[in-house]
Design a protein around this ligand. Structure first.
Ligand SMILES: *Cc1c(COP(=O)(O)O)cnc(C)c1O
Length: 395
């Protein structure tokens, strides 16, 4: 017989001996470009808060207003009695922003992939997923009864091969992240959609790291490539990264929304967002459209930080977006660098196997619109000292 005590001890021992045990760092101040982590004042390069919206007064004000007017909670799952007018108004606002016929909001990006992939795919269908797709896609596909295949990261010849080798009369779905979360590279959506179309396949883009980052006014990767009106491209994403709050969405035509309302299990069986969340999100979409400077600063900071790191001799890998990896090779080197950076007042997290390949351990930096030039220069100074001390860059 296995006792609970033995199970928990075994798990923790296994994680520790594999070097995979984690303890979350704790922020003692709000999620901002400068914050406090475990008692140290830091420049924060670890968040997904691309536009600096997580603690923005404009979002907080509307969150407060919605809280006062509409209450603290939704009170039921959306399909029973929990759909408030503000939920549907926000979905209409999001569809208008995305230039799609409709949109449905779910609890998170994670549950969106579970809900959409789980309800759209049936036996006899074929789904093909980029090998570097996010964990929530992998878990979503576990719920699908379709034939599942992987294609090599952004390898169009391999995607074509898989489509050729697996003919079916069912639905074919090619699934890709819009922006890949570990390398910061952009999916070649123009080529993916073209190949998918040759085989009559639909393209499914998880734009968690592309929305609020790419496309005019942050409309996302699909917009960036000009496919927002295409009826064979489905966009899903999160409202918790650039938009600064929480939630996930699927955007497409009205029938997609209708099927998801009726079939997506997280939507059917888990309560929808509280009014304050809806208020903050509607303010976020307004703000990014009213004030172009968020996007401008995000990209200015991205270009500056990447160029300066490269000038210092660091390898930023294939990054094309604010996600800026710095490669250290061995996981132990990346973790040591992260520790030293924290001592220098820079918060940036080391990532090793199995999150990234064994010899490509890295620190993942995410630049935001909120960082000042001073913040970035502080971080670059720390990188230079730590990189030299560890022998990663010369000098
Ligand atoms: C972060 C992320 C998610 C999960 O989004 P949450 O809203 O945090 O649940 C899903 N897909 C991708 C590609 C992500 O990067």
């Amino acid at each position: 017989m296995t006792t609970l005590h033995a199970r928990l001890n075994d798990e923790l021992t296994r994680l520790r001996s594999a070097g995979l045990h984690i303890t979350p760092r704790v922020l003692d101040a709000p999620q901002r470009a400068r914050t406090r982590v475990d008692g140290v004042d830091v420049v924060n390069l670890a968040s997904n808060n691309y536009l600096g919206f997580a603690d923005h007064p404009y979002l907080k004000e509307r969150a407060e207003a919605y809280l006062r007017t509409w209450g603290a909670g939704a009170g039921a799952v959306r399909t029973i009695a929990g759909t408030l007018k503000i939920h549907e108004d926000f979905e209409a606002q999001l569809a208008q922003f995305k230039h799609t016929g409709s949109a449905l909001v779910l609890q998170s990006g994670f549950t969106t992939n579970q809900g959409v992939l789980g309800s759209l795919l049936q036996e006899g269908d074929l789904v093909i997923s980029d090998e570097l797709n996010h964990a929530s896609i992998i878990d979503g596909l576990r719920l699908a009864k379709a034939t599942k295949k992987i294609f090599k990261h952004k390898d169009m010849a391999d995607l074509r091969r898989v489509l050729q080798e697996n003919p079916t009369d069912g639905l074919k779905l090619v699934v890709t992240d819009g922006v890949f979360s570990m390398d910061g590279d952009i999916a070649p959506l123009d080529q993916i959609v073209a190949i998918a179309r040759e085989f009559g396949a639909v393209t499914y883009v998880d734009d968690a790291h592309g929305s609020g980052v790419l496309g005019a006014q942050g409309r996302g990767t699909v917009h960036h490539f000009g496919f927002e009106h295409a009826d064979d491209v489905i966009q899903v994403g999160t409202l918790s990264k650039a938009w600064g709050v929480v939630g996930g969405y699927a955007a497409g035509d009205a029938n997609l929304r209708d099927v998801l309302i009726n079939k997506a299990r997280p939507f059917l069986f888990s309560t929808g967002h509280p009014p304050a969340v809806v208020g903050a999100l509607s303010a976020a979409l307004d703000l990014v459209q009213q004030d172009e400077s968020f996007m401008t600063r995000l990209w200015e900071n991205t270009r500056y930080f990447k160029a300066e790191l490269q000038r210092l001799g660091f390898d930023t890998f294939g990054s094309e977006t604010p996600i800026t990896p710095v490669i250290f090779g061995e996981a132990s080197a990346a973790f040591e660098a992260s520790r030293r950076l924290l001592q220098e007042g820079v918060f940036a997290v080391g990532l090793g196997f199995p999150t990234v390949p064994r010899d490509l351990a890295r620190i993942r930096n995410i630049v935001t619109a909120e960082h000042t030039r001073e913040d970035l220069d502080h971080a670059l100074g720390a990188y230079e000292r730590v990189g030299r001390a560890l022998g990663v860059v010369g000098g």
